[in-house]
Design a protein. Structure first.
Length: 187
């Protein structure tokens, strides 16, 4: 439960850093990068389903986490930005390892003779291994951008509150909250 606010009569709370164009742009970019990341992860997961090595449930959980984070960041939840950056660091490492084939066979290696083509989750023909490799490598720069913009957004102080007179809030384009009149105690 949020803490109870004791505002002086005629005053309201505004968030001045949220009104800045840089803050609005950063929030939009972070949400966009999270959604693009989800789309790319789903393309790799569904397009190469038969050849993935056991992290299928983790991929879906990662997508769900990114969607939840995107939802709350769109509502100015600054506290999830470091979590988004931490997940992006992990995903960046995983995609570089998977895309370059450092840990074994990359998607690009699977286009050679002797490898079966990937199949989708539904059993039909999956995406071309080279396309899956390209999408896997595309995830890495998206995660690098996500890290940078998430940390920039965290530094912008979206949570800073200022108590201002209601006239000032109206002048800034904010509607003061409607206050209900106190009700008499029931006897």
């Amino acid at each position: 439960m949020p803490p109870v606010r004791n505002l002086r009569p005629g005053y309201t709370i505004v968030y001045p850093n949220r009104d800045k164009p840089a803050s609005r742009a950063t929030k939009s970019i972070v949400v966009f990068l999270l959604l693009v990341s989800v789309a790319l992860m789903l393309i790799v997961t569904l397009g190469g389903w038969s050849k993935l090595q056991g992290l299928k449930a983790v991929n879906f959980a990662w997508c769900a986490a990114y969607l939840v984070i995107a939802f709350y960041v769109a509502r100015w939840a600054r506290g999830l930005l470091p979590i988004a950056a931490a997940l992006a660091i992990l995903l960046l490492i995983l995609t570089v390892i998977a895309g370059t084939g450092v840990s074994g066979t990359s998607w690009f290696d699977r286009s050679h003779a002797g490898f079966a083509p990937p199949k989708t989750i539904f059993g039909s023909g999956g995406l071309d291994p080279d396309a899956l490799g390209l999408v896997t490598l595309l995830i890495a720069p998206i995660q690098a951008l996500l890290i940078a913009f998430a940390m920039r957004g965290f530094a912008q102080g979206w949570n800073v509150e200022v108590e201002v007179p209601e006239e000032e809030a109206r002048r800034r384009g904010r509607r003061p909250p409607r206050r209900s009149s106190p009700r008499p105690a029931a006897t």
